[in-house]
Design a protein around this ligand. Structure first.
Ligand code: GAL
Length: 880
């Protein structure tokens, strides 16, 4: 009951807030920045793709982006999600774009809408609806009339929707910026003259839609005068747009990277990320967008490919589950505050003054000449781009020590507010808890849980998917058809069935014995996955992108049934000529290793069937599942390819985000209460190529700081809380290869351990600058005592495990006291923090009652646990 009222009140507040976002304002630009209501602005933008989380999660992630210092939320729009069938639109649920934009507005943030409609984004087919391929004569992303017509219709649809809902800034809405196309510059040459024409057409078409805010094109050096061309990449500080009249924008700052099945997990160190951002603003940039600030999840079959995993965590500042990824989030928050302190100086000048401080050290000074010729308002960035050594530089009469590959930000041209390599923000270590609150109704039978109580169920049912062709919708054709032409992506799966009569002679048998050769099925070229069944048995599988397959098979005398289950695992989302890409098989399919020579099956009569029987019958939905003939699964059942499994389970206690652990399974798809949580696959990353330590210094690339070698790339699959009931949740799994569902567990995710280290020479808290007086337009800082800030998720309280003010040794989870240690450390920290959700500790001798070792720089290191405080109900993520 309580929950119901809380829900209602929140909805009411949201409704109220949705009624007014901003006083209508115009957005234009000059060579320095966007002009918001006539004022130049330095803007931090956070990439959040609305379909990669649930509407129930949106308020939380948007709020965390705002708290982290973003003023703008950026998203693509997803054409194939909004127009799954030509002319039939879907703006519901996770695709409720209007609701998302309104939430951004009601949070007081601006919105940067990248319409595309090609988006890349590791999204299925780069956002293109698959039905586009069927339009006669169509060629994507070029000067092609059928394509342009469809593209224009979709872009117009989106712009008109935003206009109708009054979501543009001049209508009082949050939208300040739009994007047309996406990184076309990478492929423009492939399209020749037609590519050039297309880009001019796209630009003109977009601006003529009457959206009334500026448009950008990313990586488009030939963007016309009225469109801002922008930079995407890991670093954009050298970027110059194609006209002096345009500002410097960074539309995609890749703060992490995506991953494929069987890939390692990439991590971008926050010190390098902060360095890249600081350098961008140092050298005249004015808008920077994190790609991604929150990546989320590729639910269903939305992930692109081939082979992109279901998680789109991206190593972003907010993790896949909506939890803060620390210290990334916190260190960037400090950076954003430091940049904000400089904003007035940054926008006051047209370009900074460059000062060379050393061979690889430089300052950029933003200072405006005030009335009467006096200089006022000064902010400066000091950079050391040397990757190895600390640099000591002199700037305006003071000496500054700059760590390697770092930038110091001086909002008053004197005091350091921030250094990109000095992280004061806490590190958080997540815990995955198994706190099922009570045994499920099916648990009266006593079965042994092998891995503790988080196993999702002791009682499973199974249903075999029949191998091959099973309904009347099948059809026969001589020859091999292109996969997508048949499935139109309505399913990953396409069955191919043929029956072949083989006379196995004594010659064959002696040939096989003598030569060691055995019969095999070979496919000249295939993508993405094929499971090969001969006479009902899985012979093996092929995996790759246009690779050859050679699969030894056992043949019978007489007729043999050959069934190929061809799969796509996310449609190609990057590259030119996507319409030609397709899937399935190319070249010939043959039986080889026969004494009389190869048998070519390519021209045979093949029967085709799209999708799985269970898929078509929707046996994963609450309704559909009742109609299927499920059988009990015994614990000792043999693992079986092509099996459906189902169970009912209780949700873990609390409101923390939860995930299914599917490491006991092989490859397939899973649904919870009819919601498709995505594809799963237990493919492992290579054994080697991961780094034991990650050095932030020097240029980042996605191979630089990888983890998870030798382990499955993804084992946990996010199930949004709003898809769960307290008990009796239906889980249905389709397993292609073989796996053990009894080992599937469900776990909630929380921040469990937090650690932080702040030295007495660290820069003071950014908040101290905000509270200082403003004299003659300058800002000052009086109190320079550094502080440590510790924070647990709502509903959790700090419990100190280690504290040392002095010269502690080790690192998070391995701290120890050194020879210099204040004996008050633990008491001081406990007094300030114990039992609280968050706390702040000053880092100085005064706070710790004296100097534990004169002449040395002291550091405070703290490790604490975040313990669930049962009394306070956590208000977490998607509680609505
Ligand atoms: C960019 C592209 C984005 C995304 C990114 C990699 O080139 O514009 O959509 O795919 O790469 O995550």
């Amino acid at each position: 009951m309580m929950k119901f009222w809380r829900k209602l009140i929140i909805l009411f507040i949201l409704e109220l807030a949705a009624a007014h976002y901003f006083e209508p304002f115009n957005v234009t630009y000059d060579h320095r920045s966007l002009l918001i209501a006539g004022h130049r602005r330095i803007l931090i933008s956070a990439g959040i793709h609305y379909p990669r989380s649930t509407p129930e999660m949106w308020p939380h992630v948007i709020a965390k982006a705002k708290e982290g210092g973003a003023q703008v939320i950026e998203t693509y729009t997803f054409w194939n999600a909004h127009e799954p069938l030509k002319g039939q639109y879907n703006f519901q649920g996770r695709y409720d774009l209007v609701k998302f934009v309104k939430l951004v507005g009601s949070s007081g943030l601006f919105l940067f809408l990248r319409i595309g409609p090609y988006v890349c984004a590791e999204w299925n087919f780069g956002g293109f609806p698959v039905w586009l391929r069927d339009i006669p004569g169509i060629e994507f992303r070029t000067d092609n009339a059928p394509f342009k017509e469809e593209m224009q219709q979709y872009v117009t649809k989106i712009v008109n929707l935003m206009l109708e809902e009054k979501l543009f800034s001049w209508q009082g809405g949050p939208i300040i910026l739009l994007q047309i196309e996406n990184e076309y510059g990478d492929f423009e040459e492939s399209y020749g003259k037609k590519g050039k024409n297309y880009i001019q057409w796209a630009a003109k078409m977009a601006v003529e839609l009457g959206a009334g805010v500026p448009w950008v094109m990313c990586k488009q050096t030939d963007a016309p005068e009225f469109i801002i061309d922008t930079c995407n990449g890991y670093y954009c500080d050298g970027f110059k747009p194609n006209s002096k009249k345009k500002p410097i924008f960074w539309t995609e700052n890749w703060d992490g990277w995506y991953t494929t099945w069987g890939g390692r997990l990439p991590h971008r160190p926050v010190e390098d990320l902060a360095f890249a951002v600081a350098r961008f603003f140092q050298r005249g940039g004015s808008l920077q967008n994190y790609y991604m600030y929150f990546g989320g999840t590729n639910f269903g079959r939305t992930s692109g490919g081939p082979f992109y995993i279901t998680s789109y965590d991206y190593d972003a500042p907010i993790d896949e589950y909506g939890l803060l990824s620390q210290p990334k989030w916190g260190h960037l928050k400090d950076l954003h505050l430091a940049i904000r302190l400089c904003e007035a100086a940054l926008v006051a000048v047209d370009s900074p003054q460059y000062v060379m401080l050393g061979p690889q050290q430089e300052a950029h000074v933003y200072q405006q000449r005030g009335i009467g010729g006096n200089y006022s308002r000064c902010s400066a960035f000091l950079a050391n781009i040397n990757e190895h050594n600390v640099a000591s530089v002199k700037f305006r009469g003071h000496v500054y020590s700059l760590p390697p590959w770092s930038v110091s930000i001086l909002p008053d041209c004197k005091n350091v507010a921030y250094n990109t390599a000095k992280v004061g923000a806490q590190t958080s270590i997540k815990e995955i808890q198994s706190n099922l609150h009570h045994p499920s109704s099916a648990s009266q039978h006593v079965l042994l849980f092998r891995n503790g109580p988080s196993l999702i169920s002791k009682s499973w049912m199974r249903l075999d998917e029949s191998v091959g062709v099973w309904i009347n919708g099948s059809f026969a054709v001589h020859g091999i058809l292109e996969h997508l032409n048949v499935t139109r992506d309505s399913s990953d799966y396409l069955w191919h069935f043929t029956r072949y009569t083989i006379y196995i002679s004594a010659d064959d048998i002696s040939f096989w014995k003598r030569s060691g050769v055995s019969p095999a099925l070979t496919i000249d070229s295939m993508r993405d996955v094929v499971h090969i069944f001969v006479n009902g048995q899985l012979a093996g599988s092929g995996v790759g992108r246009w690779v050859q397959v050679f699969q030894p098979v056992q043949l019978l005398e007489g007729y043999n049934d050959v069934v190929l289950l061809s799969l796509t695992v996310g449609l190609q989302n990057y590259g030119a000529f996507l319409e030609k890409d397709g899937g399935g098989f190319r070249g010939q399919i043959k039986l080889t290793g026969l004494s009389n020579g190869d048998m070519n099956l390519s021209g045979s009569s093949w029967i085709y069937q799209v999708g799985l029987k269970g898929e078509i019958q929707e046996i994963y939905t609450l309704e559909g599942t009742k109609k299927a003939s499920w059988l009990d699964l015994t614990v000792d059942a043999v693992e079986h390819p092509l099996s459906w499994y189902k169970t009912y389970f209780d949700a873990p206690d609390g409101m923390e985000p939860v995930a299914l652990d599917l490491r006991s399974m092989g490859k397939g798809q899973a649904w919870v209460n009819g919601h498709h949580i995505g594809r799963y696959w237990t493919l492992s990353a290579p054994e080697d190529g991961c780094q034991s330590t990650c050095d932030y210094r020097g240029k980042y690339d996605s191979d630089k700081c990888t983890t998870n070698c030798g382990k499955p790339t993804q084992v946990r699959y996010h199930v949004p809380r709003s898809w769960l009931k307290e008990s009796n949740n239906l889980l249905v799994i389709f397993e292609e290869i073989g796996g053990n569902p009894f080992e599937i567990s469900i776990k909630s995710h929380t921040t469990h351990i937090i650690c932080a280290e702040v030295s007495e020479s660290h820069y003071p808290p950014l908040s101290k600058w905000l509270t200082s007086d403003s004299i003659d337009g300058n800002i000052f800082i009086n109190d320079t005592t550094p502080e440590m800030h510790l924070h647990c998720e709502p509903g959790y309280a700090i419990s100190t495990a280690f504290a040392s003010y002095g010269i502690p040794h080790g690192r998070c989870q391995r701290y120890s006291i050194g020879s210099c240690h204040s004996s008050n450390s633990f008491n001081v920290v406990s007094e300030l923090c114990e039992g609280k959700q968050e706390c702040t500790i000053g880092v100085s001798n005064a706070v710790f009652g004296g100097d534990p070792c004169r002449g040395s720089v002291k550091t405070l290191a703290v490790e604490a646990k975040c313990l669930s405080s049962k009394d306070s109900e956590p208000s977490f993520v998607d509680v609505l």
